[in-house]
Design a protein around this ligand. Sequence first.
Ligand SMILES: [Zn+2]
Length: 67
Amino acid sequence: MGVYTARLDFSSAFGTLERCPGCGSADLAAVAAGERTVFRCRSCEARWHLELGHVVRIDGGQPCESG
Ligand SMILES: [Zn+2]
């Protein structure tokens, strides 16, 4: 029932992620997806994108996804 608040230590003004909000890994790969940039964490496989200065997690919905 606890609420976990992640402290996002990055500058949203530059539109980049320095660390994965999920696991804290800095091993992120930026992938251009249309007009937005998606950041994929190589450590926990989470994917994120920036929306109005906020980090939003993208739910893959396919746990067996490979690549
Ligand atoms: Zn991660």
